[in-house]
Design a protein around this ligand. Structure first.
Ligand code: CAO
Length: 523
């Protein structure tokens, strides 16, 4: 059993404990950081002098400690030695009195070797003052800045960010303005296993812990190990919100930041079960369905695989609202039936859908914001002066939406004929990509199949889609009595960013009025 104490931390006294990195019961390895201390000038982690199990903590966050203060009791498989102390500070030799150029080397940085240069704080041509920080070095236990031994102008840099340096490595060449007698550097704080000045023939330089510079006031506050962790993950610390004392960035803050970024990344278009979801939702469950009974696995069709991600995108990214209505198509149906004799002779089918397309064009002309798209910025509505109506067609391979171009310029018969042609092409898988592009509004008709209402998904970048369900004869009160009327259910889904509820209700009511009065349709 041994007591681990705060090692020599140079001149620093009453330094605050800002993080306790272990707890009783934790097994620690030799050199593992135990606590983080921070003064206004340095951040340092105190490493364990040996391996063992933490028996008891002697300090807590917020305590002020100095050299020799007990940190914890270690049940050591370790040798129980005190943490490595910095080498005794030796008085540096005074610098040469000289004017001219001098090469500034990395001073004695104690036990640290091959320490990474993480910042160059000056560049050639810069004039520097004595004690001004030149570079920042960072090991996994300490961050330290190397000050200039004299005032002068930087002539040449000898290192770059990423270089690994040890004591004596040249940093830069300085054209010194004057060097009289370099003062013996004031003793500076020594991070754990601290750097200390060593005799040198060069003007004395010594590392000091990061000093607050004006431009560093807003620099993130984090320990060396957290900085290293952030760097490994490519996290820019200024973007991380610190939750520690005085806004200090903790290891967990970096983790939370990364997690947040990952959750904001939209799921790839094809993301399905198991993939990352665009919201903070639980992962898709992976269930072994065979556990509950016999199963068969069938791949989705090519069209389903292609269109699924787009349907998903539209469903989650457009604020849909669906307006339901009913159109009295009794007269229209009588008219349609009367016409079918002729169209059948001509070899095509005249269904309600052809009339629907014409009625929609009439409504789109009346309400141009339905025949429109939002531009990419989402701030402008592109209103189209052409009327290309897409029609959802159910095919053995899946749903496709060919477009009836210039529906405003075609008669109902032409549209009916074209509908027959494109639905055949669709079912035979012979539509070309161009046949499905340029739509301004869509209709999805399930009337031939059944149902009373549904909520169609908008075919972006369009802003609305009309769902049509199966018409049915219903008793309607005409003011005196119930009369049998053929009612057609309509479901209008619209993009609420572009279309208000009242406007949608008006569009729907207008469409109902057009379908209910075939004269309006002809007009
Ligand atoms: N109410 C009552 N009957 C209707 C009707 C309606 N709203 N719409 C069509 N019908 C009748 C037709 O008159 C026809 O009757 P007959 O067999 O007596 O002639 C029958 O239903 C079949 O019509 P149809 O489906 O062949 O023709 P259509 O013009 O109505 O539709 C098409 C064409 C291509 C749109 C359709 O075949 C189709 O694929 N519909 C499915 C669209 C779809 O899947 N939408 C869902 C999208 S969301 O997943």
């Amino acid at each position: 059993m041994s007591q681990v104490v705060v090692p020599d931390i140079g001149d620093f006294k009453e330094v605050e404990v800002i993080e306790v990195l272990v707890k009783p019961g934790d097994a620690v390895a030799k050199e593992q950081s135990l606590v983080t201390l921070e003064s206004d000038k340095a951040t340092m982690e105190i490493p364990s002098p040996g391996a063992g199990v933490v028996k008891e903590l002697k300090i807590k966050v917020g305590d002020k400690v100095s050299k020799g203060s007990p940190i914890l009791v270690l049940d050591d498989k370790s040798n129980g030695e005190a943490p490595p102390e910095p080498k005794p500070e030796k008085k540096p030799e005074p610098a040469r009195a000289a004017t001219g150029s001098l090469t500034v080397p990395v001073p004695d940085i104690g036990d640290f070797k091959e320490v990474e240069v993480i910042e160059l704080l000056v560049k050639p041509g810069d004039s520097v003052n004595k004690e001004q920080s030149l570079i920042t070095l960072e090991s996994d236990k300490a961050t330290m800045e190397i000050p200039s031994p004299a005032a002068g102008t930087v002539r040449e840099l000898k290192i770059k960010v990423g270089d690994k340096v040890s004591k004596g490595a040249p940093i830069l060449v300085l054209d010194s303005r004057e060097i009289s007698k370099a003062e013996a550097p004031k003793p500076a704080a020594a991070p754990a296993a601290a750097p200390s000045p060593a005799p040198t023939r060069e003007p004395s330089t010594r590392p000091v812990p990061r000093e607050p510079r004006e431009e560093t006031v807003s620099k993130p506050h984090a320990s060396p190990s957290v900085r290293k962790f952030a760097r490994e993950l490519g996290v820019e610390l200024p973007k991380v919100q610190g939750s520690g004392p005085k806004g200090r960035i903790l290891h967990s803050d970096v983790q939370a930041f990364v997690k947040g970024v990952l959750q904001k990344v939209p799921a790839p278009a094809g993301a399905k079960g198991g993939g990352s979801l665009p919201f903070n939702l639980p992962a898709w469950p992976e269930i072994d369905f065979a556990k509950f009974g016999p199963i068969e696995s069938k791949p989705l069709s090519r069209i389903q695989k292609l269109s699924g991600p787009y349907l998903h995108r539209n469903w989650i990214s457009i604020p849909h609202v669906t307006q339901f209505d009913e159109a009295d198509i009794t007269d229209l149906e009588a008219f349609r039936k009367a016409q079918t004799v002729e169209t059948e002779k001509k070899g095509f089918k005249l269904t309600m859908l052809a009339f629907m397309i014409k009625a929609c064009v009439t409504a789109l002309k009346q309400f141009p914001q339905f025949n429109a798209s939002l531009d990419k910025s989402g701030e402008n509505l592109i209103v189209k002066k052409y009327y290309h109506v897409g029609v959802a067609v159910d095919t053995p391979g899946g749903l496709v939406v060919p477009v009836v171009r210039d529906s405003d310029r075609k008669g109902v018969f032409d549209i009916a004929k074209e509908l027959g042609d494109i639905s055949k092409l669709a079912r035979d898988g012979k539509l070309k990509p161009g046949d499905m592009q340029g739509g301004t509004f869509s209709i999805s008709s399930l009337g031939g199949i059944g149902g009373t209402a549904f909520t169609p998904i908008i075919n972006a970048p369009e802003v609305a889609i009309l769902g049509v369900s199966r018409s049915a004869m219903r008793p309607v009160w005409d003011g005196k009595q119930f009369a049998p009327r053929l009612l057609l259910p309509l479901s209008l889904s619209y993009d609420h960013r572009v279309i208000d509820g009242a406007t949608a209700a008006r569009f729907s009511a207008f469409l109902v009025s057009v379908l209910s009065d075939i004269r309006k349709l002809i007009l």
